[in-house]
Design a protein around this ligand. Structure first.
Ligand SMILES: [Zn+2]
Ligand SMILES: [Zn+2]
Length: 340
């Protein structure tokens, strides 16, 4: 008989459970590794300044606990619906008896309740995701109400490049009909008559946000930026100066116009050394926070029944009682004898 055949049902079930647990642990570890590798250091936000928000009493009142619990559970369910279970440990962890509630105030005027794992983890240590790119936002920033009313995006210098492009796309030739509101003559000058390929790179900007910028296929950050020669540079600068003077006189000069003049002055670097940051225009910044308390109510204290004594203990206790009663009887008898 093989040792395997000697295994009881319980042992087999335990072995199966252990195997399942090991598989799950391996899947979790692989997901953790992938999540770390997918986030190059320039996007991780680990070198960001901590949020400067301060603790103080905020106007208004906290939600009642039942509403806070319901909102928290709805949020968790929505996160889980969007994420694969192997990532839940990262983005959709269960609430625990230590989960702590805070009220936070933002520079847009909004007040939001947020949760941290524990009381000693402040809301200033939280990082939210920037759905535009996607990457983590710097500490204490969040896409709040401004996100829908964002105005022009400011241009920011690129301070770091990813190691490889995140996307390469091939575009068909441009149509012969003029596009982007151009007249036929201008369109004929800029129109691409052959299909062309663009590589897109994730970059980190001076503001701490991430963005995606185009480059020619095959380019690497170590290649540096190609610029126009001095004669060409001066021609381009003259063109953009005239253009900017014209739109300024019309009162409609945009960030885009100003960026193109600055870019021409820099010799039109390829790829560009700056890009517009949509996150800067859309994020709100946390200015203050206030502790509320634990999310979940404390577990009710159970009135545990005292443990049942063993047979021996019960017998000993009864004997002790009997001995006391017998001693008392002997004493009373002696007292009676004394009266007689
Ligand atoms: Zn807001
Ligand atoms: Zn920015």
């Amino acid at each position: 008989m093989s040792p395997r055949a000697k295994m009881s049902d319980a042992e087999r079930e335990a072995a199966r459970a252990a195997r399942r647990e090991a598989e799950l642990a391996a899947a979790r570890e692989a997901a953790r590794k992938k999540a770390t590798e997918d986030q190059p250091p320039y996007l991780s936000g680990t070198d960001d300044e901590p949020s400067a928000a301060v603790q103080r009493k905020l106007p208004g009142k906290a939600k009642v606990r039942a509403d806070a619990i319901r909102d928290a559970q709805e949020h968790l369910a929505a996160q889980r619906a969007r994420t694969k279970p192997v990532f839940w440990w990262l983005v959709a962890r269960d609430y625990t008896p230590e989960t702590f509630r805070w009220r936070t105030e933002w520079d847009c005027g909004c007040i939001h309740e947020v949760l941290t794992e524990r009381k000693d983890r402040l809301p200033t240590e939280l990082q939210w995701l920037d759905p535009v790119v996607p990457a983590r936002l710097p500490y204490g920033q969040f896409l709040c109400c401004k996100a829908t009313t964002a105005g022009e995006s400011p241009y920011r210098k690129i301070v770091g490049w990813a190691e490889v492009p995140h996307k390469v796309r091939t575009f068909p030739p441009d149509p012969p009909e003029p596009q982007h509101g151009l007249d036929p003559e201008s369109w004929a000058k800029v129109r691409r008559t052959e299909e062309h390929t663009v590589a897109y790179w994730m970059v980190r900007l001076e503001c701490g946000h991430a963005a995606s910028v185009p480059a020619r296929p095959g380019w690497r950050p170590a290649d540096g930026h190609v610029r126009k020669d001095e004669e060409e540079r001066q021609k381009t600068v003259a063109y953009w100066r005239d253009y900017v003077a014209y739109v300024e006189a019309e009162g409609k000069c945009s960030e885009w116009d100003r960026h193109h003049l600055a870019r021409a002055e820099d010799g039109c670097p390829e790829p560009d050394v700056a890009t517009d940051c949509r996150s800067c225009a859309a994020v709100s910044t946390m200015i203050a926070y206030e502790p509320i308390g634990l999310l979940l109510p404390p577990a009710p204290k159970s009135k545990a029944a005292p443990p049942k004594p063993s047979r021996e203990e019960a017998e000993r206790a009864l004997r002790r009682k009997l001995k006391l009663a017998e001693d008392e009887a002997a004493r009373l008898r002696a007292e009676l004898d004394g009266l007689a």
